[in-house]
Design a protein around this ligand. Sequence first.
Ligand code: SF4
Length: 279
Amino acid sequence: MTLSSHNTHPKDILLREDRLPHIWCAGCGLGVALNCFIGALVDSGLDLQKTVVVSGIGCTGRTAGYVKLDSFHTTHGRAIPFATGLKLANPDLNVIVFSGDGDLIAIGGNHFIHAARRNVDLKVICVNNFNYGMTGGQAAPTTPTQARTATTPKGNLEHPFNIPYLAAGSGAVYVARWTTLHVRRLQQAMKDVLLRKGFSVVEVISPCPTLFGRLNKQGTGAEILEYYREKSTIQHGMDPAKVGIDLGGEIIVGKFIDQPDKPTFMDNYRALFGEKEGA
Ligand code: SF4
């Protein structure tokens, strides 16, 4: 696929226009995340004929249907095992997982930690809106303590996962977090993971004004971006253990982990079995 042979907007070429209009609510951050992702794909120079996108279920999971690449909208929580199979069957592919916190960290949580531990060469973009959006705003394992959701109307009793800490502790070689306010930095981080080898994660903090935002009186999508502006601090190299997010609290963003030299699963496979079997 060549990007210069069309007269359309340079990003339109990577959208399936026949699938539009999209389903996302006004003020949702997912359009921003997708825009940054397409920009990163274009900037990366990757061979798009060898690039695939895998999503699970949920609002974020619709992305696989909107990008004009080989893409797979898989069952709930199973984006990572599906992507792992693609990568191991054809190691030449650039395999990207683009899915939400409910899909990747709840139902898919087991797959997430073990793919990170194995250092499977996957690029994971996890959009975190702190709840299950598509199914009605239920609590997720990322929902901050005390936050109201459809299933925690008086406030969440549980402690949430801190996604960068979970990723880093499980072995991810690249871990970054940005919000949908930080569009240039977010696009750069997405480009970074597209060009990294190994299990690489970008967490995207994103507004869900329709459900999580409404139930927690965060206002419109624009007002949530204003909250991100007031409460975000950039701290590259920060210990991921210290970047947990409390309801309405500070959001530490930046690149926390970058270990480009760690052998991947396929590196170890080839070292053990040789090039031919590991081709
Ligand atoms: Fe976005 Fe929330 Fe609407 Fe889903 S429910 S599209 S996450 S605003």
